[in-house]
Write a protein that binds this ligand. Structure first.
Ligand code: C6P
Length: 413
């Protein structure tokens, strides 16, 4: 397997080359958003400098260039997730928008007494839209709980029944870091005639995804967590299902014919893309895909696992540090949420920032999970392709220093 040249990769991310609080920046908040390489920034700037025009509307040269680049980006995204057709790749604002669109579809499908199955580890974006759909239709939202810090597969099997119409699961938890067995879940869902929805926000940026192999019906993800710009993402859906769905937004560009009292829709994927789309960011997301493909998604996943294998035992060895999720590095992606005994995670994150280490603290938009874990919040370090073992060491040192600062009682197990 080709190894990644991390120092070379880092040169593409000039933002990393800075000091924060007089310390070299160690950016470990990649689950919130990733940094953007020069290639993506140049793509954005080139588009606005050279090609900017509206898409699918004009016949002039710039309009044709912009349309070509926008649709070429869609094709890159198709190939990236191995969808059958570009008709199955809808540009959205991000994961949240994609999941909201699906919940609208659910409102058309759900009947009183039907069930939607989610897990307790879901991000609010994969809970609240379903709560709303259930409330409007009289369907019930059913939760699958945890075993050993990850999805309880027995509970999943028990909760999916013939009443289930949608199963919607995170592929990777943004708190527990566990990787959920989506292929198995999809099989179970389909055995009961339910649709399988995947929240890919934390998986698509980090591992090779094959929607046909997973056999999921829908997959939502965000560009900004995979080196792309904010405000752009993708909703994948099987063509026959997207054809059954009504558009969520109406207006310019998504129509075929408009009469005084009614209208007909364009074919997929444009039926879902009302108004002027986020052209530049879609094209730049295509550049991010080029960058990731060039490194190789399997290499990226392997490298992140190497970092987790390196840092997890070091964190586990610090007395008073609790790590959430599976304790075995091989079962995790590069997300590690933790607490330090006696310290509020916001204080911990602020103290780490004094050391130049950027981590997130809070409920991570997963309050039901945080409640279920019996805590009020947690700190979280999350890794990506430009992080190094030195970054891991810096995190560990900074946590130890923080503990010393607050209670002066450092012990290594
Ligand atoms: N999680 C985090 O720091 P958007 O905001 O639409 O790009 O992504 C929403 C979302 C959905 N599902 C999962 C599993 C996620 O992790 C996120 C975003 C960020 O954990 C911001 S709250």
């Amino acid at each position: 397997m080709a190894k990644l040249d991390i120092q070379k990769i880092r040169q593409d991310f000039p933002i990393l080359d800075q000091y924060v609080n007089d310390e070299p920046l160690v950016y470990l908040d990649n689950a919130a958003t990733t940094q953007k390489p020069n290639q993506v920034l140049t793509c954005l700037s080139d588009y606005y400098h050279q090609d900017n025009a509206n898409v699918h509307r004009g016949v002039h040269t710039l309009a044709e260039r912009a349309t070509h680049e926008y649709e070429a980006a869609r094709e890159k995204l198709r190939a990236f997730i191995k969808a059958k057709s570009t008709k199955e790749v809808l540009f959205t604002r991000g994961t949240t928008t994609g999941l909201n669109w699906l919940a609208r579809f659910a409102e058309e499908v759900l009947q009183p007494g039907d069930e939607v199955v989610v897990s307790i580890m879901e991000h609010h974006s994969n809970i609240i839209p379903w709560q709303q759909a259930c409330r409007k239709t009289g369907a019930k939202l059913v939760y699958v709980y945890l075993k050993d810090g990850q999805l309880d597969m027995l509970d999943l099997e028990n909760k999916i029944s013939d009443k289930t119409k949608f199963v919607s699961l995170a592929h990777v938890s943004n708190v527990l870091g566990c990787i959920n067995p989506i292929k198995k879940a999809a099989l179970l869902a389909h055995q009961h005639g339910a649709y399988m929805v995947v929240d890919g926000a934390q998986s698509v940026p980090h591992m090779s995804i094959d929607v046909q192999d997973l056999d999921c019906d829908f997959l939502a993800f965000s560009g900004h967590k995979m080196l792309g710009p904010t405000g752009i993402g993708v909703l994948y859906g099987k063509e026959e299902l997207l054809n059954q769905m009504s558009p969520v937004e109406f207006g310019g560009e998504m129509i075929d014919f408009v009469y005084e009292q009614e209208a007909t829709w364009k074919e997929l994927p444009w039926k879902f893309e009302a108004g002027t789309p986020n052209i530049a960011d879609a094209i730049a997301l295509g550049a991010a895909v080029d960058y990731l493909e060039n490194l190789g998604m399997d290499n990226i996943h392997a490298y992140e696992q190497e970092l987790v294998r390196y840092v997890l035992p070091k964190l586990q060895a610090i007395e008073g540090v609790t790590i959430y999720g599976p304790q075995d590095a091989s079962e995790r992606s590069g997300v590690i949420a933790f607490n330090i005994a006696g310290l509020h995670p916001h204080d911990a994150a602020t103290a780490l920032d004094y050391e130049g280490v950027a981590v997130r603290a809070g409920h991570h938009c997963a309050q039901p999970l945080i409640n279920h874990l019996g805590i009020s919040s947690a700190a979280r370090a999350s890794f990506y392709i430009y992080n190094t073992k030195e970054d891991c060491d810096k995190l560990v040192e900074a946590i130890i220093k923080t503990k010393e600062f607050f209670n002066g009682t450092l012990k290594i197990r």
